[in-house]
Design a protein around this ligand. Structure first.
Ligand code: ZN
Length: 385
């Protein structure tokens, strides 16, 4: 009986410790590469397709010539795991950067090149990322708020295996280091301050009111009011709210101005009609433009084109004209001359955490919990490990 209890107890202990283990996140750090050079000390290289494992003594650079290797999956159309690389030091170099953890080399889905993936403990990933996605010199409470947002985003991608689902086969990575997902850093991007921000919030994420992990978004500067995901991308996300942000006005990028010509506006209405962003049919002719007076905190613009009314979401204008003409979704439009003049504030999509706002709040002495509850009033802070 005593033995059984001991066994049960040890099972319980091991299960609870497993539940609280820090996850390893797989990040694609390079894609569509003709060749890959990896350097490390006492490097262990495992070629999976012919089970060739080799350990090199001392410092060694291993080269993968992807053009020859990728003939392997010419007819498969799915990535193949070619090799793993690790070093007993825990550090590897690729493209003049050092990374913690191990590397995987896979063929790209088309089979014409290679991708490289870094498998790294979550908190090391978050610490390096803070330098890239925020600024390591910012006050610690702002960094902590960013750490929670980025960790939630990454954990959601891991748990849902979204990248593999979109690909239709095992992608071998959870998220990529790019603006598409999150820009990760390397070993030397981590500082004492970013390490502290990551460790002091270790395992903490924001869940929805019903306790689920959904993506948490962030952007540089909202310009006065944050937006909900459905106001920008049309995808409903539970618990998100649009909140006032009086904190970012005096920091970061200056207000911006743009001009759109009549011809470009015509192209926009043709596109918006084709993409079904407008219900009313657009004839393709643009004889007259009238605008209902607009304000910066409105989410839509009311146009009268050829005397017909068109309600346009501001995010749709940004989608068509791009980030250069519309740095943010916070702007007002007025008719000027033969076109329309746009004046706005902010930088980025405006959904979720406003980084410039978080900076100001942290400077005022707000805690990361207070900052997060301002931008995510209906989300819940939860420790996952
Ligand atoms: Zn803001």
């Amino acid at each position: 009986m005593k033995v059984l209890i001991t066994i049960l107890f040890s099972v319980l202990i091991s299960q609870s410790s497993r539940a609280s283990e820090m996850p390893i996140v797989s990040v694609r750090i390079g894609k569509s590469l003709r060749n890959i050079l990896v350097t490390g000390l006492d490097l262990k290289r495992n070629l999976l397709f012919n089970k060739d494992v080799r350990t090199y003594n001392g410092k060694k650079t291993v080269k993968f010539n992807c053009e020859t290797l990728t003939t392997l999956n010419k007819f498969r159309n799915t990535p193949i795991l070619l090799a793993t690389l690790e070093s007993p030091t825990g550090l590897l170099s690729y493209a003049n950067n050092k990374y913690l953890g191990m590397f995987k080399v896979i063929t790209s889905p088309k089979g014409d090149s290679c991708d490289i993936i870094n498998e790294i403990p979550m908190e090391s990933y978050i610490s390096s990322l803070l330098t890239k996605e925020m600024n390591s010199k910012w006050p610690i409470e702002a960094l902590k708020a960013q750490a929670v947002a980025a960790r939630t985003y990454a954990l959601h991608k891991m748990r849902t295996q979204q990248v593999s689902k979109e690909l239709g086969s095992d992608a071998y990575y959870d998220l990529e280091s790019s603006e598409k997902h999150q820009v990760g850093g390397n070993f030397f991007d981590a500082t004492e301050s970013t390490n502290a921000a990551s460790n002091l919030t270790s395992g903490e994420v924001l869940t929805t009111a019903s306790g689920e992990i959904h993506p948490i978004f962030f952007h540089a500067k909202c310009g006065g009011r944050t937006l909900r995901p459905d106001q920008v991308w049309h995808n409903k996300e539970e618990s998100y709210q649009s909140v006032n942000c009086p904190f970012c006005h005096d920091v970061g990028p200056k207000p911006w101005n743009s001009f759109i010509t009549r011809e470009r506006l015509k192209s926009f209405f043709v596109w918006a009609s084709q993409q079904h962003y407008i219900k009313e049919k657009f004839s393709g002719e643009l004889n007259s433009i009238v605008l209902v007076p607009d304000e910066i905190d409105k989410f839509t613009v009311n146009f009268y084109i050829n005397d017909r009314p068109y309600i346009i979401e501001k995010a749709v204008l940004r989608k068509f004209f791009g980030r250069f003409i519309f740095p943010s979704n916070t702007f007002s439009i007025n008719k000027v001359g033969d076109g329309v003049a746009v004046s706005g504030e902010g930088l980025g999509h405006g959904v979720g955490l406003c980084q410039m706002g978080a900076f100001t709040m942290a400077m005022k002495g707000w805690s990361y919990k207070k900052i997060l509850s301002h931008y995510f009033p209906s989300h819940v802070l939860k420790k996952m490990y």
